[in-house]
Ligand binder design. Structure first.
Ligand code: ME8
Length: 654
């Protein structure tokens, strides 16, 4: 499996079925692959990024018939819309493969024949149950329903009986070889938990796999026996080799195969981690390094899927926000192996808070000040103080960590680290108050240093977010008067000092729109009914009857005056502060989402109101034993009501 891994990087997405246009779930896989591909390019590798469409099989045959189209016409129209979507999402794939492409069909036939020649494919009779929606044969142990049919254990749809002559692939012969593979190369399946699932499936024993159909016309014909078509999964999996030149571009194939990462949803991990390596072993081809099974985006707690009809169309979000907020949200919200629940509220919160408030504001403020105070050109800055140097050294540390995290596919963690640094730079500005310095001509050189440091930090942070938000990073580099684009700077050439004095900086234009939920929903008037999270929001706004509680219910709350004794940031959490408060009889520790509104040192000594009898909760690993009261403004600032005269800690509030 070893190859010149230092110089090349080959990444794939699944090829998507063309029964319908891609939704947010498909966009998710494709965006992850794009971010990893862009990062590996920065790391100096020659990258090949493949995506495409899976166009054969019964599912497509059926979908086309329902629409009154030929399968090819359906495929053509969906492919056009898929390509438009990838363009709108700034996806930088190198090749878009369609399984109806001539060289692919020929490659599949050649590989099929090679397996026949080696004795790994033989003719027989298949009797069993088949799920068209998943294009999958049901395992024997799926029970018969009382009504006499079987239900697909994966998608819950009704399966149908298949009884026909077929060619089998001798999968059973590969059980031990596959187990050896998982043992010797545990990185073959990631995350680790999924490797265990796959290995126990294989350990339980493998049956030979039916890989041709006589009842499906829309498929690649079996060489020499064209009344059979090749099973759609045998056909589709081989896109990963035909798409990179197998049998038509030996140089390309030699350069990039085997793949470094096949990125797939966990729904199709078994096809990729069991069948695919077995096919490759049979063909004598090198095996891919890693099959990475990511989690699902859920809507209302069920998997978003075309067949369930609960999909979200990314175009509605793209029209309002452009690609980067969606790319950021999907990659930041969940680590790659986990499931996530998509809500508009969650999306807007991230966009307004992380992008508009934290990052966008920092860029806006800094560049505006450089424009107003220096005519866009910082000159003659004072020497770095220890505080200024820390902004630099923190960046150098951050850079190393973030590169390591991207390389390990931990994109969400990388973004979390970058945002913690953005928090540090925001605090640096808040502490130094350049807008006050600007009033004092004697402090002009100090002012120049502070703004120079902030601009260099912004340049560096933009570079680090480039794989995730390429368009925004480029725009920010443009505002900063940078001649190069982030993509032109290899990551070992990125220096904090790359932004020096004497650079002509332009005035920024709005970077990330701040959008309120109700304004956004106005965009989506076509939606028949607002999703539950939105209904909740409407309720908050008084559009539905208010929830009335009795005085007795209110009295159950133990509201107290609390005196803040200690306050500190929680490492890695940009919004949270840990407070220790005195509530009269005892001390309590609490976690509060107020870090964007208050600096810890401004809080110590103040008194506020807390709910003292709320069930404790663990937030970011810290137990929170009380909750404070605060007003939330439209742009998500949390304002604490303080007292206008002194009150003792522990006083009852009612
Ligand atoms: O399975 N959350 O195609 P497909 C996250 N043609 N990812 C999701 C998702 C969700 N809710 N829904 C879909 C096929 N995906 C085959 C693949 S490959 C040789 C053949 C993503 O159109 C995820 O990557 O059903 C999943 O594996 C893929 O779309 C399935 O796409």
């Amino acid at each position: 499996m070893e190859k010149n891994s230092k110089k090349t990087f080959y990444i794939t997405t699944p090829i998507y079925y063309v029964n319908d246009v891609p939704h947010i779930g498909h966009a998710y896989t494709t965006i992850i692959a794009d971010a990893l591909a862009r990062f590996q390019k920065l790391a100096g590798k020659a990258v090949f990024f493949l995506t495409g469409t899976d166009e054969h099989g019964q599912k497509i045959e059926k979908a086309a018939a329902e629409k009154g189209l030929t399968p090819k016409a359906l495929a053509d129209s969906v492919v056009g819309r898929a390509r438009d979507l990838w363009k709108a999402l700034d996806i930088s794939y190198d090749f878009f493969i369609r399984t109806t492409m001539d060289f692919h069909e020929k490659g599949v036939q050649k590989l099929f024949q090679a397996l026949v020649d080696r004795g790994d494919i033989y003719k027989g009779e298949y009797k069993g149950w088949y799920c068209v929606s998943d294009e999958n044969f049901l395992p024997d142990d799926v029970p018969l329903e009382a009504e006499g049919y079987k239900t697909c254990p994966d998608c819950g749809k009704k399966a149908s009986v298949v009884s026909e002559e077929t060619y089998f692939f001798r999968l059973s012969a590969y059980r031990d070889k596959l187990l050896d593979l998982y043992e010797e190369h545990p990185e073959f399946v990631r995350p680790q938990s999924r490797l265990n699932e796959v290995a126990s499936f294989v350990r339980a024993g493998l049956k030979d796999l039916s890989i041709t159909r006589t009842t499906v016309k829309w498929g690649v014909p079996v060489p020499g026996d064209p009344k059979h078509t090749i099973y759609v999964w045998f056909d589709a999996l081989h896109n990963y080799v035909t798409g990179v030149g197998y049998d038509w571009n030996p140089e390309l194939f030699q350069k990039f195969w085997p793949a470094d990462i096949h990125l797939v949803g966990k729904d199709i991990l078994r096809f990729h981690a069991v069948y695919w390596p077995a096919f490759l072993m049979a063909a004598g081809l090198p095996l891919p390094r890693t099959v990475y099974g990511h989690g699902w985006w859920l809507k209302d707690d069920t998997k978003m899927s075309k067949s369930k009809g609960n999909v979200l169309d990314p175009q509605a979000l793209l029209r309002v926000f452009g690609p980067d907020p969606l790319r950021y949200f999907l990659l930041r919200e969940i680590p790659i192996g986990q499931d996530g629940n998509f809500s508009h509220e969650g999306f807007l919160h991230r966009v307004n808070s992380d992008l508009a408030n934290d990052f966008g504001n920092l860029v806006q403020r800094t560049l505006t000040m450089i424009g107003n105070y220096f005519g866009g050109e910082i000159t003659d800055p004072e020497e770095e103080t220890a505080e200024d140097r820390k902004v630099r050294t923190d960046f150098e540390d951050l850079k190393r960590r973030v590169f390591g995290l991207y390389d390990a596919c931990a994109i969400s963690k990388a973004l979390e680290e970058i945002w913690a640094y953005i928090g540090i730079v925001n605090k640096y500005l808040a502490d130094n108050q350049p807008w006050i310095m600007a009033k004092d001509p004697a402090r002009r050189r100090r002012l120049a240093r502070v703004l120079l440091q902030a601009a260099a930090a912004i340049r560096g942070a933009s570079y680090l977010v480039f794989p995730v938000m390429p368009g925004s990073a480029e725009r920010i580099w443009g505002f900063l008067g940078e001649g190069k684009k982030p993509a032109d700077v290899p990551y070992d050439g990125l220096e904090f000092g790359g932004f020096g004095s004497g650079r002509k900086v332009g005035m920024p234009q709005a970077l990330f729109p701040r959008v309120a939920l109700k304004d956004f929903l106005g965009e989506e008037t076509a939606a028949p009914e607002a999703p539950p999270n939105v209904r909740q929001e409407q309720k908050k706004e008084g559009k539905e009857a208010m929830d009335i509680i009795t005085y007795d219910e209110f009295k159950r709350m133990d509201l107290r005056v609390a005196h803040i004794l200690e306050a500190e940031r929680i490492p890695g959490a940009t919004k949270l502060l840990k407070l220790v408060v005195d509530i009269g009889a005892e001390k309590r520790q609490m976690v509060a989402g107020i870090a964007e509104t208050y600096a810890p040192e401004d809080l110590v000594g103040k008194k506020l109101i807390v709910i003292a009898n709320l069930k404790p909760a663990v937030i970011r690993g810290v137990e929170s034993q009380a909750m404070l009261l605060a007003a939330i403004t439209a742009d998500n600032m949390a304002l604490i009501p303080f007292f206008d005269r002194d009150v003792p800690a522990g006083a009852v509030v009612k």
